[in-house]
Design a protein around this ligand. Structure first.
Ligand SMILES: Cc1cc2nc3c(=O)[nH]c(=O)nc-3n(C[C@H](O)[C@H](O)[C@H](O)COP(=O)(O)O)c2cc1C
Length: 178
């Protein structure tokens, strides 16, 4: 009965992906978050996220392909839409929600960490509580050259990120990760 009366933690996992790599990572982040009982996960492309999706979430995990060592324009437009479409400022409507990032990039040293940091920077500017997981700045995967596609270890990192986001969100919402 106690379980049922505890409101579930809502995690929004959202991403941009043209050739499917970032989408695979997003699915793994989502399944990692679901591993914590009582977690509700919504998986959507950035362009499909509504105000209701955003504001009803306890956590938002954003994934981007690396475009010129940074988040893709579509992901940046998503963040810009937080103001243009959803009016987050000046009330800081995203304040104290958990935020995290993941990225895929063609090259080993092609800007995945910068990409995650710029995503986290947008979240920090919104007074969100940013967390890492999987890797030091979030979960990432190299998708071209000697390391084509997404491998098992990269999927495992994405799952770990999702789990950590769910755990921290539950701690903030309920005082413990259950
Ligand atoms: C316009 C453009 C710019 C890119 N710039 C970079 C880059 O600077 N560094 C890098 O490692 N990969 C770069 N890539 C490769 C993508 O990040 C990589 O293929 C990624 O996994 C694609 O993700 P997706 O399959 O989800 O679309 C670029 C790709 C495109 C289309």
């Amino acid at each position: 009965a106690e379980e049922a009366s505890t409101p579930s933690v809502k995690v929004l996992v959202t991403y941009h992906s043209l050739s499917g790599h970032t989408e695979r990572m997003a699915e793994a982040v989502a399944s990692g978050a679901k591993e914590l009982p009582g977690t509700q996960v919504l998986l959507k492309r950035v362009g499909e996220v509504t105000a209701e999706d955003l504001f009803s979430s306890d956590a938002v995990v954003v994934g981007s392909p690396v475009y010129w060592s940074n988040m893709s324009g579509e992901v940046k437009s998503f963040f810009d839409d937080w103001q243009f479409k959803f009016g987050v400022f000046p009330e800081f409507k995203m304040k104290n929600k958990v935020g995290a990032a993941f990225a895929t990039g063609g090259q080993v040293s092609g800007g995945k960490e910068v990409t995650m940091l710029t995503i986290l920077a947008a979240m920090l500017g919104n007074q969100m509580i940013v967390v890492s997981g999987g890797g030091a700045f979030g979960a990432s995967a190299t998708t071209e050259g000697d390391s084509p596609g997404i491998d098992k270890g990269e999927l495992a990192d994405a799952r770990l990120l999702g789990m950590r986001v769910a755990e921290i969100s539950a701690m903030l919402k309920h005082g413990q990760a259950r």
